[in-house]
Design a protein around this ligand. Structure first.
Ligand SMILES: Cc1cc2nc3c(=O)[nH]c(=O)nc-3n(C[C@H](O)[C@H](O)[C@H](O)COP(=O)(O)O)c2cc1C
Length: 172
């Protein structure tokens, strides 16, 4: 699949079949996720693969009851690593590591789509609850959950704002 087709074709998927996702697919996706750019190539991101039902249930609760978090066969929790980004001081902690994570999530989503799999970026969750559920040390911040599965819905191509509202030439 061409990159442009993957970008164009991807939509958030929130309904999954119960069919499993194998480890090789998840690990290949994460390998590609980690090929995304990162500040200073420090790769201030960690990936937690969650398959266990009770752990997924805890994540679902942390995500204010978004049920697809529990229903997906696998959830990846993308985390920012504050120690790995420490070289860049406050800007590293507040901004770079989050961008490192975001770029990785997008790579992963596009790869999954290219393989016929669905996912949805989940950012609405209680960080402390998620961190507790995963036993995260204090320098690891959970940034995004990514429930993954075989799509059981078609997905909606949601409209975007006209580019003319977003593009500014030369200055604001
Ligand atoms: C930072 C971020 C947080 C998001 N959080 C959630 C979420 O908590 N729950 C959810 O269902 N979708 C969430 N989404 C997915 C968006 O709703 C979705 O990407 C957007 O509506 C555009 O739809 P599309 O992904 O199908 O193109 C989030 C997306 C981003 C980038």
């Amino acid at each position: 699949m061409e990159v442009g087709d993957a970008i164009e074709g991807r939509t958030s998927i929130r309904v999954f079949k119960s069919d499993p996702i194998d480890d090789a697919t998840v690990e290949e996706g994460l390998r590609l996720a980690n090929l995304a750019p990162s500040a200073g190539n420090l790769q201030a991101r960690d990936f937690i693969i969650v398959r266990n039902r009770s752990a997924k249930k805890s994540l679902m609760k942390a995500a204010y009851g978004q049920d697809f978090v529990e229903a997906a066969p696998v959830v990846i929790v993308f985390c920012a690593n504050m120690e790995r980004i420490a070289h860049y001081g406050e800007r590293g902690k507040q901004l770079y590591c989050l961008q490192d994570v975001a770029a990785a999530v997008q790579n992963m989503m596009l790869y999954l789509h290219s393989k016929g799999l669905g996912s949805v970026w989940v950012g609405a969750f209680d960080e402390d609850q998620a961190a507790d559920a995963l036993n995260l040390p204090s320098h690891i911040r959970p940034v995004a959950m990514l429930p993954i599965g075989h799509p059981a819905e078609k997905g909606v191509h949601r409209k975007r704002l006209p580019l003319s509202e977003l593009i500014h030439r030369e200055s604001w």
